[in-house]
Ligand binder design. Structure first.
Ligand code: ZN
Length: 214
């Protein structure tokens, strides 16, 4: 991805490969989005890069996007930001983690911190717009970085499809309204788009190849 103003965005496909996580660092500080995988593996990545974790952000509360979040938040004593509308999903669907051999999420061990839509300053330095995108889950969020022109969509939309709406709290109509909200942001064609699963894209690719991006 791009490197600008000392801000580094890295897509990490942590083992066992399934979900796209994003590590954003500035100097020795970093935050992580959708920390899939095992907390031990994340500790090794952060140690190897000599990074200090300052916070964790989740696009939504499904286990394949937050499996390492509670343990990392506790170990580094940092906030785990997620929409309060998805708090009740923390710990739901643990059987998916069995399939991957990953320890269950303990809903009582997680200490989620609320985050609201609007402009935030990541690590007090990086502008970040938080966009409400209900539909895949009630509290779905997308994250957009205007300086870097990077959009993290979670499971709302993929390069060639859209997220499921048949899980608890899912809502097809809301999902399509959320996709329209992303479309109507009129982000420039060269905006780099990281999806929750599968290959990355750009706004130009979505416009040309994803018939649901409208
Ligand atoms: Zn999901």
């Amino acid at each position: 991805m791009q490197k600008q103003n000392q801000n580094k965005f890295e897509i990490l496909r942590m083992p066992p490969e399934n979900t796209n996580s994003v590590l954003v660092s500035h100097g020795g500080d970093c935050v992580v989005f959708d920390p899939w995988g095992r907390a031990d593996d994340w500790n090794r990545v952060l140690d190897a890069r000599n990074l200090r974790l300052c916070g964790i952000y989740a696009t939504h509360g499904h286990p394949d996007h937050i499996s390492a979040a509670p343990d990392l938040a506790a170990k580094y004593n940092v906030p785990f930001f997620i929409s309060p509308l998805d708090n009740s999903l923390i710990g739901w669907g643990n059987e998916l983690l069995d399939f991957f051999g990953i320890p269950h999420i303990c809903p009582h061990c997680a200490n989620p911190a609320p985050i609201a839509p609007g402009r935030h300053m990541l690590m007090d330095k990086i502008p970040m717009d938080v966009i409400s995108v209900p539909g895949h889950t009630p509290g779905g969020l997308c994250f957009y970085f205007p300086d870097e022109k990077i959009l993290l969509t979670g499971d709302t939309i993929f390069r060639d499809g859209f997220g499921r709406h048949d899980f608890p709290g899912g809502d097809q109509r809301a999902l399509f309204e959320s996709i329209k909200r992303l479309h109507d942001m009129n982000l420039s064609d060269d905006t780099y788009v990281v999806h929750g699963h599968g290959p990355d894209s750009t706004v130009e690719i979505l416009k040309k190849e994803n018939i649901y991006f409208k």
